[in-house]
Design a protein around this ligand. Structure first.
Ligand code: HEC
Ligand code: HEC
Length: 183
């Protein structure tokens, strides 16, 4: 009688260890996913949405300073290699300023940033290295309900002037709860 009881006990104990192993690993996988999402959310608001002062000085004098996460690295490379004919304008930067701009743009580009906007841009960019944010499919889709005449209002100053409607655009805040179109 003792022998079978011990065997039964052993089998049950082994089963218990096996099952609880599954439960624990399942729970920690869940926990891992939650922490990962949390980290991604924090990254969205923190690190690469901050624009360095040197970048704003070099690239924010004619228009707002566009965050690096708004275009993929390939687009920024194209833009920086054609600064002598930048949308019919000329952008003069010395070697040091150009290096700082390149460092910021390449390391925080849409395909490097990992944040929500960057991911959306990459998902719909179809591998095309656009030199404009405003021609990106994701941009067109997000603004499809806005009458083109609205963008032409003097108070808006064009589609590319994000900051006219998204006051926090230079801090990476494009939340539609805080958007306000000037009259
Ligand atoms: C001398 C003025 C000037 C400076 C300095 C300048 N830009 Fe521009 N940029 C322009 C003009 C003009 C346009 C076209 C705006 C329009 O659509 O009418 C433009 C457009 C852009 C666009 C496309 C916006 C869109 O429509 O999506 C990007 C991206 C851009 N610039 C990036 C940069 C970067 C990066 C730098 C710094 C290296 C920079 N710009 C510095 C004049 C300037
Ligand atoms: C004329 C005002 C206006 C301008 C200029 C404008 N936007 Fe918007 N944007 C809006 C409005 C309004 C919405 C919300 C649209 C909706 O919910 O249907 C929006 C939505 C967005 C969203 C989606 C936000 C979300 O929570 O889903 C992003 C991202 C965005 N804009 C980026 C930009 C960028 C980048 C620029 C400049 C290149 C820009 N916008 C220029 C008015 C503007």
């Amino acid at each position: 009688m003792t022998k079978p009881t011990w065997t039964t006990f052993f089998i049950m104990a082994a089963c218990f260890v096996f099952i609880s192993g599954f439960v624990i690993s399942g729970a920690s996988a869940d926990d891992h996913g939650r922490k990962k999402r949390e980290r991604s959310r924090k990254r969205d608001f923190a690190n690469s949405y901050q624009i360095p002062a040197s970048y704003k000085e070099s690239c924010g004098s004619c228009h707002m300073a566009y965050g690096a996460y708004l275009l993929p690295e390939a687009s920024w490379r194209k833009i920086l290699s054609t600064l002598d004919n930048h949308f019919a304008d000329v952008v003069h930067l010395d070697t040091e300023a150009k290096q700082q701009v390149a460092d910021y743009l390449f390391t925080n580009a849409a395909d490097r940033n990992g944040g929500k906007i960057g991911r959306q841009i990459m998902k719909h960019s179809q591998g095309y290295a656009s030199e404009r944010i405003t021609t990106l499919p994701v941009f067109q889709r997000k603004h499809r309900k806005i009458d083109p005449a609205v963008f032409n209002r003097p108070s808006v100053g064009g589609m590319h002037n994000c900051i006219a409607c998204h006051a926090g655009a230079e801090q990476g805040d494009f939340d539609d709860d805080r958007v306000s179109i000037p009259r």
